[in-house]
Design a binder for this molecule. Structure first.
Ligand code: PMP
Length: 284
């Protein structure tokens, strides 16, 4: 079975899929997206991803589209692919119209999707931990909306690779640690788990939410609060969370070892709990 694409109701091989050049997603980055992964033939946290997709469209005042229709299209593509461990990318743009900053009324949102096997993180990275650099967060002030405008994220990721590291961590001009280029960030300090609170400056990650729930259920002390680079460098453990990232330890940041430079116990434990939950099909 080839990797498939969906374009406004039609399913086809990815190479055959095209969109009109005056799609506002293409010209203005006027689109939102989701990425959903499946485990052993079931989509993990599907409804939570649909919730966030709806919220993103609402925040940008797209003409509404039926959640039931989106769900049906996602499930249909997933079933057609036959993939057990799939990554489904869903993108919805505001619509197609002659290029104009002003928004043409009555546009029909355009839905495209692709489905492929998930590109798994290298096992050595999971086992030994990843390395990161910090970069100034130059993104816009609505990072809570999952828009396709990912240029700052993409450039930061590339900068980290060029520096011989695995990822970049966004830090505000005031020194507040925000998130990774495609993940949320947690630190473990003195037995307490800390992550940035939900504000306009980070994405409300689905994995972040699952990890917070798992941690509280496991009796860990959890705090959603702001922290700076001193707390980051001085943490006992640091990890990233995301749909593809799952839960990835970071053992070196800006050349400084985190804790003893090895993957920590809490990180390992939470990764196992997250995998268990994902394989079990959702909420425990
Ligand atoms: N922050 C950013 C900037 C992201 O791109 C992502 C991944 N989409 C996340 C956090 C993690 O979100 P999720 O756990 O829903 O994949």
């Amino acid at each position: 079975m080839p990797d498939l694409a969906y374009v406004n109701g039609k399913i086809m091989p990815i190479e055959k899929a095209v969109v009109p050049i005056e799609d506002r997603g293409y010209q203005f980055g006027d689109g939102v997206y989701e990425f959903i992964a499946s485990y052993e033939g079931h989509l993990f946290m599907l409804e939570e991803h649909l919730d966030r997709l709806e919220r993103s469209m609402r925040e940008l005042a797209f003409d509404p589209i039926s959640r039931a229709d989106i769900r049906k299209a996602v499930l249909n593509l997933f079933n057609r692919s036959g993939y057990q461990r799939a990554g489904i990318y869903i993108q919805i743009s505001r619509g197609v119209a002659p290029r104009n900053h002003a928004i043409t009324p009555g546009m029909t949102p355009q839905i495209i999707m692709t489905i492929r096997p998930v590109k798994e993180m290298p096992e050595t990275l999971r086992k030994n931990g990843a390395t990161a650099i910090t970069v100034e967060d130059t993104r816009w002030c609505r990072c809570d909306i999952k828009t396709v405008q990912l240029l700052a994220n993409s450039l930061a990721k590339q900068k980290s690779l060029d520096a011989g590291c695995d990822d970049a961590i966004f830090v505000s001009s005031q020194g507040i640690v925000r998130e990774g280029t495609s993940s949320n960030l947690f630190i473990v300090s003195g037995g307490r788990l800390v992550t940035h609170p939900l504000t306009n400056n980070i994405l409300p990650g689905i994995t972040r939410m699952v990890v917070l729930d798992i941690s509280r259920d496991a009796g860990l002390d959890v705090e959603e609060t702001f922290f700076g680079t001193d707390a980051l460098y001085g943490a006992d453990e640091v990890f990233l969370t995301g749909t593809v990232t799952e839960l990835l330890p970071i053992v070196r940041i800006d050349g400084k070892s985190i804790g003893d430079g090895k993957v920590g116990q809490t990180t390992r434990r939470l990764y196992d709990l997250l995998r268990k939950q994902a394989l079990a099909g959702g909420a425990a």
